[in-house]
Design a protein around this ligand. Structure first.
Ligand SMILES: [Zn+2]
Length: 351
């Protein structure tokens, strides 16, 4: 291990069931969050967790289901928890496939219990709402003992996201190098580098929480539209294996293909999105991965219940690559239609 702290245990409503982080071998269990309901007054929410430990080495925390309607990570981590054997591991792998368990069960981005978006609630509150308690446990008990964190996402139900590793640069050159090495090993077609200052809610996301706890962390966005494809799932599974190999936890990776050369993009400002300014039906003009130029048509919104009214046009303000595109056709004013990113020369750390 790397001299990190042991897990915090003073989160009063949370207990670890069936898993001991210090036990050699593989154990499956639950992070139990007390949640008293009419149906069950002493109920605890069972957030699944697997711990695989063998010999001495780094601790890697693999998380998905922070948003419940993002499935590549949930599938890949569920398969990994079943298949990965202690004998193949040097160190410790902690797998949490349904981090916001109520949201993952409901297939929703946010918790049906308290409305909590887990990726906006770190560092959480030990005595707060259910989602705040999950955040507190993940940050103070899991990230606190992790050397590396991989946080798997996708576009969820409403958008499609280009397949990408996500690096949030915080101005520390050595950390940035180590994050980029993980992103390159993950081997997605794109790596998107965000400057922490470009994320208004940065301190509240899992990648920020990991950094606070001293772990080297990357995220991944792997598709979206509330579904998976064989391609996006294979990319996720192979990327995880390559990262585990890169950090020294897995010696053998014969099943994984070589990483694709990743194209580094930068999204260093919060104003790279196009939002719908009225309700209607969205007609997209481009898809994720398209290169666009300033002035290109992005799409149209049709107000179908006003017969004869012309559609409104949306155009790109800058040259870039489309990284996010709205998937749902119905739109309201305020919905994000697109997000773009730029070439690597704009990325923090690249000069
Ligand atoms: Zn997400």
């Amino acid at each position: 291990m790397s001299g990190k702290n042991e897990a915090t245990t003073d989160i009063p409503n949370v207990r670890l069931i069936g898993v001991d982080f210090d036990r050699e071998g593989k154990s499956h269990g639950y992070i139990g969050i007390q949640h008293s309901t009419t149906r069950s007054c002493y109920y605890w929410l069972p957030v699944p967790i697997t711990c695989i430990k063998n010999r001495s080495g780094p601790t890697v925390l693999l998380i998905s289901g922070i948003h419940g309607d993002e499935y590549e990570g949930q599938l890949a981590l569920s398969k990994l928890a079943a298949d990965l054997q202690p004998v193949d591991v040097t160190g410790r792998v902690l797998i949490v496939p349904m981090a916001n368990f109520p949201a993952a069960k409901a297939g929703t981005r946010t918790s049906p219990i308290d409305g909590g978006d887990l990726n906006r609630l770190f560092p959480g509150e030990a005595n707060g709402s259910v989602t705040q308690q999950i955040a507190a446990y993940i940050e103070h008990a899991l990230m606190a003992i992790a050397d590396f964190v991989i946080d798997l996402h996708s576009g969820g139900s409403s958008i499609m996201h280009v397949a990408a590793a996500i690096v949030v640069a915080e101005g520390d050159a050595l950390r940035f190098q180590r994050q980029m090495a993980l992103a390159q090993a993950f081997g997605a077609p794109y790596t998107i580098v965000y400057a922490s200052r470009s994320q208004p809610h940065f301190g509240k996301i899992a990648l920020a929480a990991s950094a606070r706890q001293g772990a080297i962390a990357i995220g991944a966005e792997l598709g979206g539209a509330g579904s998976v494809t064989s391609h996006s799932l294979a990319l996720t599974e192979q990327g995880l294996v390559r990262v585990l190999h890169k950090v020294g936890v897995l010696a053998k990776i014969s099943d994984a293909s070589s990483p694709m050369k990743t194209r580094v993009l930068s999204s260093d400002r919060p104003d790279t999105m196009i939002w719908a300014m009225e309700a209607g039906l969205f007609e997209p003009a481009v898809i994720v991965g398209n290169e666009v130029r300033r002035g290109d048509l992005a799409g149209r919104i049709h107000v179908v219940d006003s017969p004869g009214r012309s559609s409104s046009e949306y155009r790109f303000d800058e040259d870039g690559v489309v990284t996010v595109a709205r998937f749902m056709t119905q739109v309201e004013r305020g919905d994000c239609l697109y997000r773009i990113a730029f070439g690597a020369e704009h990325a923090p750390g690249f000069v």
